[in-house]
Design a protein around this ligand. Sequence first.
Ligand code: AMP
Length: 179
Amino acid sequence: MRSLDEVLKDGIRDISDYPQAGVVFKDITPLLADHGGFSQVVEALAAFGRDADGTVVVDKVVGIEARGFILAAPVALALGAGFVPVRKKGKLPAATYEESYELEYGEATIEVHQDAFEPGDRVLVIDDVLATGGTVEACLRLVRRCGAEVAGTAVLIELSFLPGRDRLAAERVEALVTV
Ligand code: AMP
């Protein structure tokens, strides 16, 4: 079996100047197309929802739209936990909480259903890339507003040249690879 590092190296490619000049986009579609690699990554992310004995310690797994959904849903199934989508504003049909955060140009708003969690649910948050940390930070505020407890955040890739880690210094944040 390939190592997780090899799987990530093979499956994540850099696309320069996408979606705008100066940005190097981390494209995970080759990884998703590789059944063995995708399975290893799902297992590695799911490990953050278990304790040292392998006991599952989360009740729900949150995926952040859109690539977070692709990763979080199979992680939820692997853990025997529920899946909760956090979506861009205007996409969820029932009553929501919303949180806004700054982007480089302008602002973004994400939402979650108010009844997405049971009180005290332990939650693992999953996304593909941790960049400035604004998206994850807003997502954690949403989870807590619902009365649930954040067990941790796991991402595939952490961009170390951006301040996501510092911004989330008070949180448990795990990354499969840091670049
Ligand atoms: P941020 O809020 O700055 O941490 O940005 C995180 C969100 O933007 C994640 O949901 C990522 O999907 C996306 N993102 C930011 N930078 C990149 C990048 N270089 N490559 C791919 N996705 C990115």
